[in-house]
Write a protein that binds this ligand. Structure first.
Ligand code: ATP
Ligand SMILES: O=C(O)[C@@H](O)C(=O)CO
Length: 424
């Protein structure tokens, strides 16, 4: 058994499967561990990369730091050679954190003082230029992320955003340096480090820039970023001939019944929900009715799932446009609204197992964290890609339940149909 090359700490579950997908794309075997494992590492002992999925993006800072350090400690015991902190390609965070405090704690624990920061994911339209984050060509602060229910992003300047979250100095490795190639960028990073910078935000507007960065930063013990840089790092391992030969068979799955659970209000998910609901049975959650009678709402939806739908795939969703979300948050409080909906969708996921559903698509990072936690899944094997950043996964060790955890803004409008076609 060889030690894994890379240990990834992901701050949410969809981000974890996104990173695992990008690593698998370039030929690494990657396993996703749900939470810090209390599990027999034998189960994942073949993997080139271990990805620990945390739900640390929006929890209080202290909890995020504790969980991330526990994940790092576990990955170190597995012998990982290098570490990666995966956060969202839209840098989802608040002025308190959690990206800065978690990165600070990981650097301290590793005895390091410097790392790179690059959320760019060009395949999904997220690019960094002049230290500013763009989403589909729009500044982050002009994109739908400005209305995110939990982490509204109203500033696209990553240096400013990160500086609010850390006492370490934040600097920029700009596009000109990246364009000049690996050696020039390595020199630029070294200069920033010598000037006392702890975090170098690095510009990247395409995959070649990410590959340059992965090579220029390959000596760092810890790198941080989105799944794009993680994939580029994987590519670097492959080019360096460091991967173990591929073993085992491709994951397979036969759908008995499929259920889609959406708690994501992101623009992409809302379009996907609308398209699927136009052709399939769909139940829309009313958060205010839910707050008045959580048990009654659960019972009502379980009865709905039990109806004879002739084998069709079903959708249950709370997805709503931002004005409705804001009104619900005003009436219920943001956290109460979120936890009521997350609990309901989790309870439905658990109940679905007794109703012969063996295939779940979950939309939304927070929602996925809640659902997978409630299901008690320990680890996921990464299967075929549905859309960039969203793979099918099979729950280990039985591989009977297939799960797709979709980040809010990922996937084409026909994502749900496309996902189910993969196993047809
Ligand atoms: N109608 C609604 N009103 C208020 N809050 C809602 C509503 N629907 C969902 N929510 C809450 O909004 C949050 C959405 O976050 P989630 O991470 O699941 O989706 P996302 O932000 O679109 O995905 P990602 O983090 O992957 O980009 C959840 O906590 C969810 O419970
Ligand atoms: O990086 C992304 O955009 C996603 O993996 C994610 O983290 C969304 O929750």
């Amino acid at each position: 058994m060889t030690a894994p090359l890379l240990g990834v700490i992901a701050d949410d579950f969809t981000g974890a499967t996104d990173a695992a997908n990008m690593l698998a794309r370039v030929g690494l075997s990657a396993a996703v561990l749900i939470g810090v494992p209390a599990l027999d590492a034998e189960l994942v002992s073949h993997a080139d990369a271990l990805v620990v999925a945390l739900k640390s993006r929006t929890v209080p800072v202290a909890g995020a730091v504790t969980d991330s350090l526990a994940a790092l400690a576990w990955l170190r015991t597995q012998g990982c050679g290098q570490f990666y902190f995966k956060y969202c390609s839209t840098f989802d965070s608040t002025p308190h954190g959690n990206i800065g405090p978690v990165a600070d704690a990981l650097l301290d624990a590793l005895g390091e003082t410097f790392t790179v920061v690059c959320p760019a994911l060009p395949v999904n339209g997220r690019t960094v230029y002049g230290g500013h984050l763009f989403v589909g060509g729009q500044l982050l602060s002009d994109s739908p992320m400005r209305d995110h229910p939990l982490t509204p992003m109203t500033d696209a300047n990553l240096l400013r955003v990160l500086a609010q979250q850390t006492s370490r100095r934040v600097g920029l490795a700009d596009a000109a340096g990246v364009e000049r190639g690996e050696e020039a960028l390595r020199g630029q990073l070294a200069r920033l480090r010598a000037e006392g910078v702890g975090y170098a935000v690095v510009d990247a507007t395409n995959d070649a820039h990410l590959r340059t960065l992965a090579r220029a930063a390959s000596h760092l013990k810890l790198l941080t970023g989105g799944s794009g840089l993680a994939g580029a790092l994987g590519e670097d391992y492959r080019m360096g001939g460091q991967l173990a030969p591929v073993s085992g068979t491709a994951p397979r799955h036969v759908i008995s019944r499929a259920l889609i659970l959406s708690g994501s209000c992101s623009a992409a998910t809302r379009a996907q929900v609308a398209q699927f609901a136009a052709q399939h049975p769909a139940f829309t959650i009313d958060p205010l009715a839910l707050s008045r009678d959580p048990a009654g709402t659960l019972a009502q939806i379980v009865d709905w799932l039990k109806q004879d739908w002739g084998g069709q795939s079903l959708l249950v969703s709370s997805s709503a446009p931002s004005d409705q979300v804001k009104e619900v948050q005003r009436l219920l409080g943001t956290e109460r609204a979120a936890s009521l909906i997350e609990e309901l969708l989790s309870d439905l996921a658990v109940a679905s197992g007794d109703l012969d559903f063996n295939t779940l698509v979950v939309a939304g990072g927070e929602t996925s964290g809640a659902v997978v936690g409630a299901l008690g899944v320990q680890a996921l094997e990464v299967g075929p890609e549905i859309d960039p950043g969203v793979p099918w996964t099979l729950a280990l060790p039985e591989r009977r339940l297939a799960l797709a955890l979709k980040s809010g803004n990922f996937g084409t409008p026909d994502f749900f149909e496309k996902a189910l076609r993969v196993w047809a």
